[in-house]
Write a protein that binds this ligand. Structure first.
Ligand SMILES: *Cc1c(COP(=O)(O)O)cnc(C)c1O
Length: 237
């Protein structure tokens, strides 16, 4: 878990994030309404999460099913997303608890989400996770064959593809990730140009604490921030 964050520290972190974000947006002629700031709340206690919500954060993302379930009753109303690797057998546990799943990384998972969504008579919004750094250790679709996968997933009932998500490789210098963000943006535009039925390419989820400003400059419109808002996690789960 984390040391509990004081309100003052959170305010300071949020002000710094806002400053960096505004700076990046200014460079590309966009403003705050163009980017969703999602708080990645793993290991963060619910009191701190509620404080963040009171300060204008509207979106939160958890990346572990168990943690999401244990916190959900104590969190005030907000947009809740799932952002971590999801095992197919856990889809049923979150199907009614989140608005969007960012981390759809296989056809098998997409099929299970569709099946559970049908069963629960709801529509689930999804982003497809791309393994943009082509790392063996990472989940996600390969950029090369994403179009054929998207066409398959787009046919599934009760799921709606809203865009793409990526976690680029860990690097020393955040500038090193700019090339991956550029690749993601190109892929996003290429898919959009295909005009596939039931596919809206309107959310590009990329950029975390160390590189969100660069991601925004390259076209991210949803950034996922943990450390920059809540401080360093003791256990990096
Ligand atoms: C933890 C996490 C983040 C936020 O990471 P920070 O580097 O702490 O900002 C973003 N996305 C996902 C999927 C995460 O698990």
């Amino acid at each position: 878990m984390m040391e509990k964050l004081s309100a003052k520290e959170f305010d300071k972190n949020l002000a710094e994030v806002s400053r960096k974000l505004d700076n990046a947006l200014q460079k590309i002629g966009k403003d705050r309404k163009d980017v969703i700031l999602l708080a990645a709340t793993k290991t963060v206690d619910t009191e701190t999460i509620n404080y963040a919500l009171s300060k204008g954060i509207d979106y939160i993302g958890e990346n572990k099913v168990q943690e999401l379930l244990s916190k959900e009753d104590k969190i005030n109303p907000c947009h809740r997303h799932f952002i971590g690797h999801l095992q197919t057998n856990k889809v049923k546990d979150i199907i009614n608890r989140v608005e969007m799943i960012h981390s759809v990384d296989s056809l098998k998972l997409a099929r299970e989400i569709s099946k559970q969504a049908v069963k629960n008579d709801k529509k689930m919004e999804i982003l497809l996770e791309i393994n943009i750094g082509e790392e063996d250790s990472k989940w996600g679709f390969d950029a090369e064959n994403i179009i054929s996968n998207i066409k398959e997933i787009a046919k599934l009932p009760n799921v709606k593809i809203r865009g793409l998500m990526a976690i680029p490789p860990i690097c020393e210098e955040s500038e090193e990730n700019r090339k991956y963000f550029k690749k993601m943006k190109k892929l996003f535009v290429d898919i959009s140009d295909e005009n596939i039925d039931n596919v809206d390419m309107d959310i590009l989820s990329m950029g975390m604490s160390d590189d969100f400003d660069i991601a925004v400059e390259e076209g991210a419109n949803l950034i996922r921030l943990g450390t920059a808002l809540f401080g360093r996690r003791i256990y990096n789960i």
